[in-house]
Structures are given as structure tokens and as C-alpha cells.
Design a protein around this ligand. Structure first.
Ligand code: GRG
Length: 294
């Protein structure tokens, strides 16, 4: 297995050619999509795709299209999330958010285009690697489920519906499981499938790991939102409190949220205990995500 930075470099090198050229009537929309897609970021979901494939002994080159696809979906979700009708945020990754730079109509279309383009990339991955067609189809299915009405979109809808409501831990868990965790878990499973995974026990263990690091990631996000500056985060802090949104911090407090991050990170490590040293990359990742600062 490679390091996080090595997988990230593969993604960062391939991303600039993931979109069509910005020309003709589509020039502004594609330029806006490119602006958001190439603005940086940790590339966590794409790294999980590549690492999942590598763990299975698959050829990482065959998973690159799927890795770019999950970054396209992630970029679309951030563009739409920043819109005035949703979170109304002017800042993303330390730069003006997409609609601030290109206007709302162009930003909406850029997000729509990125979402569709993700599935074109997934189909290109399948066509380029026909010997593992079943794995690519399973990856495509898993990502479609996690991105749409059974995952991220429904999580975002619940987030809106429950804002300013007196929600409990169960309501918050529903939002976090769908809005954030679904795509993190699905990215890892997609990589495993492309790498040839079919053993149910292995898939379940990694699904548990993906869910646990996803929830830890969101709990850490809530903590950073409550305690960091805009410069540290590259986005506006304090949004949860300002928008009257429930978060781990509002329900558990700062110390309670820290304990939750540690508990979930430990549980993630336990989920992969059966694989010993072979799972070292994922064990380190769970610990690193629990301590992340942006
Ligand atoms: C608009 C359908 C729709 C969904 C939006 C992803 C999302 C759902 C909203 C983003 C808002 C948010 C703060 C979500 C919680 C955690 C999260 C996904 C943070 C951003 O992801 P990172 O930290 O970003 O992986 P980078 O910049 O590293 O890519």
C-alpha cells in the first residue's frame, strides 16, 4: 500500500484532465466547475477509492476514474451547499465560493454538470477495465445510492428540515450518517469492489470502518466549526451556531465531542482488527482524521 500523500498525488495529477475543455456555450459553466474541482481539499473520498482498490491487490490505475468521480460529486455538493438557498457561504477552501465568483445560475449548473460527469467517469472506468466489469458496476451502484435520495441528498434535506428544531442524538445521527458518512463509506467500498472484493465479511468490516470514520469526520468537523478561525478552516467558522443547527457540539459539548471522535476512531480500528498489519494504512488514517485541523 502507498501513503495518503502518494494516493492524493495520483488524484491531484489526474483531476485537471477530468473535465472537458471550457469552450463554446459551456465555457463559463465548465470553468466554474473546474474552479471548484481544482481548488484543493484533502481528496479524502478519492484517496479511499484508490486505497480500497490497492488493499485488494487491484491495479490502482483502474480505480482512478472512480476516484475522480467521487471528487466531482463532492465538489458539486460543496458548490450547492454554499448557495444562498442552502448554507449561503461566501468562502470555500480559502477562496470565494463558486456562486460568489461566477453567479448563482452558473454555480447551480456547474454542480449539476459535475454530478452527471461523475457517472460518465465511472462508466469510462468500466469501459477501460472490462475484465472487472462487475466490480465497476458494484462501485457505480454504491456511489449512486450514497449520493442521492438514499444518502447525501436525503441527509441534506433532513438537515434543512430539522434546523432550529429541538433534535435529539437520533436525529443528528440520521443527518450525519447520510449527509457526510454515506459518501465516505461508499468511496471506500467502491475501491474495494474495483479491486475485486466479493467476500461479504470483508465488505461488512470495511463498511463498518467507513461508517465509523465518516461519523468521526463529521464530529471533528463540528468541533472545528466551533473552535477554529476562517484562516485555519478556509471556510466560515461558527456556522452551526449562527444558523441554529444542531451539531455534536450543541448536543455533547466540546469535551463530549472530543470523546465521541476518539470512541469512533477506536471503533474504526477495531473493525479492521482481523487484517492486522495489512490494514495499517486504514488504522493510521482513522487516527489522522481524528486529529485533523482542516
Ligand atoms: C447539496 C446535495 C447537497 C449536499 C451537501 C457535503 C454536503 C452535503 C455539505 C457540505 C457541508 C458540510 C460542512 C458538510 C460536512 C462535512 C464535510 C462534507 C466537509 C467538507 O468535506 P472535506 O473536509 O472538504 O473533505 P475538502 O475541502 O477537504 O474537500
Amino acid at each position: 500500500m502507498r501513503t495518503y500523500d502518494e494516493y492524493k498525488r495520483i488524484v491531484d495529477d489526474a483531476l485537471p484532465s477530468a473535465l472537458p475543455d471550457a469552450k463554446g456555450y459551456g465555457a463559463a459553466v465548465i470553468e466554474a466547475a473546474r474552479y471548484s474541482l481544482l481548488a484543493g481539499g484533502k481528496r479524502l473520498r478519492a484517496v479511499l477509492v484508490l486505497a480500497g482498490c490497492d488493499f485488494m491487490g487491484g491495479n490502482v490505475d483502474n480505480a482512478v476514474s472512480a476516484a475522480l468521480a467521487v471528487e466531482c460529486i463532492h465538489a458539486y455538493s460543496l458548490i450547492h451547499d454554499d448557495l444562498p438557498a442552502l448554507d449561503n457561504d461566501d468562502l470555500r477552501r480559502g477562496q470565494p465560493s463558486c456562486h460568489k465568483k461566477y453567479g448563482e445560475a452558473t454555480a447551480i449548473l456547474a454542480g449539476d454538470g459535475l454530478n452527471s460527469h461523475a457517472f460518465l467517469l465511472l462508466s469510462m472506468g468500466l469501459r477501460g477495465d472490462p475484465d472487472h466489469a462487475d466490480g465497476h458496476l458494484a462501485a457505480m451502484h454504491t456511489i449512486a445510492v450514497a449520493a442521492g435520495f438514499l444518502g447525501m441528498v436525503i441527509g441534506q434535506a433532513a438537515d434543512i428540515a430539522l434546523t432550529s428544531k429541538n433534535i435529539d442524538k437520533k436525529g443528528l445521527a440520521f443527518i450525519h450518517t447520510n449527509k457526510t458518512t454515506a459518501m465516505i463509506r461508499a468511496s471506500l467500498l467502491a475501491g474495494l469492489y474495483i479491486g475485486g472484493a466479493s467476500d461479504r465479511e470483508l465488505i461488512n468490516n470495511f463498511a463498518n470502518y467507513g461508517a465509523q470514520i465518516g461519523l468521526a469526520f463529521q464530529a471533528r468537523d463540528d468541533l472545528l466549526d466551533a473552535t477554529s478561525t476562517a484562516q485555519q478552516l478556509g471556510k466560515t467558522p461558527g456556522k452551526d451556531k449562527q444558523a441554529n443547527k444542531a451539531s455534536c457540539v450543541s448536543l455533547l459539548g466540546i469535551e463530549g465531542t472530543k470523546s465521541r471522535v476518539t470512541m469512533l476512531s477506536d471503533a474504526a480500528r477495531e473493525s479492521l482488527a482481523a487484517y492486522g498489519e495489512r490494514a495499517a494504512f486504514f488504522v493510521k488514517l482513522a487516527a489522522d482524521l481524528a486529529n485533523r485541523r482542516d
